[in-house]
Design a protein around this ligand. Structure first.
Ligand SMILES: Cc1cc2nc3c(=O)[nH]c(=O)nc-3n(C[C@H](O)[C@H](O)[C@H](O)COP(=O)(O)O)c2cc1C
Length: 529
């Protein structure tokens, strides 16, 4: 299978598939397409010193690879050179033009950009829910970038189901409960960090692809709202930048199942140095999902500067100007990676380890030590949740990667009760997937989660207009959560959980249970609670 994955990689162009095999494959792809679309072609040799990651200070000796035969720097260099050599003459010309235009665009940015960005900022101000921010993101972004952000795997049934699952549960409201405006206190501890609300911003790769301020805009908005955030290993901002932007809340680092243990250990050491106090291992991305929408939008890595990509760039002037006027971004968590992101696609793809297993996970937990909580992200069954606890994880993160991996993967909201049953009441359970309303957060808490992570809900805001967009997304969600708690007559998360049996009406599951009993004569209460 690995061979198949690899060969298909190279068949359709190194960069493109490599991108996919990376982290959020599309993410990487995006970066490339993004750059290219914006005319930011990255010639590896010319650009590699343009923006140095904070992690590059690692000494040469620390940069050895745990893979036999080749040091990491040599590996990255050769992967970057391969990508550079594979570019067509037109890609090179277009990239060079963009490089020429960049300093001029940067100089004129204070005057031109606010004019181009004004419609997006207006849409953010007028947005009343997350769907409006999604529309605003679609209007501002390059079509490939929005497609990457918004899409799921294959025909996107898992994505749709993840969002719709919350609608299967109705709530029975209380009356005359006496809960006033100042009575609600939703403070929560998530992955060892105190937060104002029981939800937080999950790790999403390459955020500077969506908006030039990327993870820093996200961190600033999370700070304003007293929320935590998890930083992706494929961050395009440095650990330090993000930690400084939100010292109290940006304390969780997410890692992928990478092959090179020396590299993983270096990333861990740096994370500890920079003050990260919890770790998340994303385990549902060792194989890369099929994103049909990326094919439809003409997503390519590196960008081909095709007629379509150029036209789509012109249709998104604010995004394009923002992108062209910025220094090409890189993957800041990788020590020694003095390359723009697009040049590292192959390298990162080669790091993915589909055969990463429980033993590897145990090693990671041990390397992290007792610094703070360590969570397994991507759990969808009670059995895996129990195994995770035996392996050394102390927090279970129920996720299907936002429906971006396995088509028809079960909605996280649906399996939440099974996982809570499996681990008991004293283990931290986090849920993400399909959350678009504050009410979804409340339902997930009532159904067994200790906290809820949001992905696209805040990314739509980021893509719609940077900090202001994320701020708006969080304002909407927090307001909705307070409102739902008030209408339900619950002052705290603990009270909500206590009252959950009388509040939650699992309507569709009740029907299904009846149907199953009738057909098969089996009691399915345990499964469909
Ligand atoms: C654009 C994008 C990039 C993502 N990148 C990462 C990542 O780098 N690491 C990770 O663990 N999950 C990543 N995810 C998955 C999210 O962390 C989360 O599981 C998912 O988005 C939750 O679903 P939601 O978007 O419906 O809220 C990404 C998701 C999206 C949409």
């Amino acid at each position: 299978m690995v061979m198949i994955m690899k060969s298909s990689f190279f068949k359709s162009g190194k960069s493109r598939i490599a991108f996919i095999a990376q982290c959020d494959s599309s993410f990487t792809k995006f970066c490339k397409s993004y750059s290219s679309t914006k005319g930011i072609t990255h010639d590896v040799k010319e650009k590699k010193n343009e923006e140095k990651p904070a992690l590059e200070q690692s000494s040469e000796s620390k940069l050895k690879s745990s893979r036999p035969g080749m040091g990491r720097i040599a590996e990255m260099e050769s992967a970057a050179t391969r990508i550079g050599n594979a570019k067509s003459p037109w890609q090179r010309v277009a990239g060079t033009l963009v490089d020429i235009v960049r300093p001029i665009a940067r100089t004129l940015k204070p005057v031109i950009f606010p004019i181009l960005d004004a419609p997006s900022q207006r849409r953010i101000r007028e947005a009343v829910n997350i769907d409006d921010l999604r529309t605003a993101a679609e209007k501002r972004s390059h079509a490939m970038v929005f497609g990457y952000l918004d899409s799921g795997a294959d025909g996107e049934r898992a994505l749709r189901r993840s969002c719709e699952a919350y609608g299967d549960v109705e709530l029975r409201h209380a009356v005359l409960h006496g809960v006033g405006n100042d009575d609600i206190d939703l403070r929560t501890k998530i992955l060892g960090t105190d937060t104002k609300m029981p939800y937080f911003l999950t790790s999403c790769a390459g955020q500077r692809m969506f908006h030039g301020d990327g993870e820093i805009a996200t961190a600033n908005a999370a700070k304003k709202h007293g929320l935590g955030m998890t930083l992706s290993q494929l961050t395009t901002s440095t650990f330090r930048e993000v930690r400084e932007a939100h010292p109290e809340g940006a304390k969780a680092l997410q890692l992928y199942v990478w092959r090179d243990k020396v590299l993983l250990k270096e990333v861990l050491d740096r994370a500890k140095e920079d003050g990260f106090t919890s770790l998340v291992l994303t385990a549902d991305f060792s194989w890369v999902g099929n994103r049909e929408r990326d094919t439809r939008t003409g997503f390519s890595v590196p960008p081909t500067y095709s007629y379509r990509q150029c036209v789509d760039a012109l249709k998104a002037p604010a995004w394009t100007y923002d992108f062209v006027s910025r220094v090409p971004y890189g993957y800041k968590a990788i020590p020694g990676a003095n390359y723009p992101a697009e040049s590292l696609v192959d390298f990162i793809a080669s790091q993915m380890k589909p055969d990463f297993d429980w033993k590897d996970a145990e090693w990671l937990c041990q390397e992290w030590g007792d610094i703070g909580p360590v969570a397994l992200k991507g759990v969808a069954s009670g059995k895996d949740a129990q195994r995770a606890l035996e392996t050394g994880f102390n927090s279970i993160w129920v996720s299907n990667h936002g429906g971006r991996q396995l088509e028809d993967s079960v909605a996280t909201f649906d399996v939440l009760p099974e996982i809570r049953d499996a681990v008991g009441d004293n283990v931290e359970v986090i849920l993400d997937g399909g959350v678009r309303r504050g009410l979804d957060v409340v339902k997930a808490l009532a159904r067994g989660a200790d906290s809820v992570a949001i992905g696209r809900a805040y990314l739509f805001g980021l893509a719609a207009g940077g900090y202001n967009g994320v701020d708006k997304a969080l304002s909407i969600l927090s307001r909705d959560i307070y409102l739902a708690m008030g209408l339900l007559g619950c002052r705290t998360v603990a009270e909500l959980k206590l009252k959950a049996p009388e509040l939650l009406l699992v309507k569709k599951n009740e029907e299904l249970r009846e149907w199953t009993r009738g057909k098969a004569g089996v009691a399915t209460d345990k499964i469909l609670r």
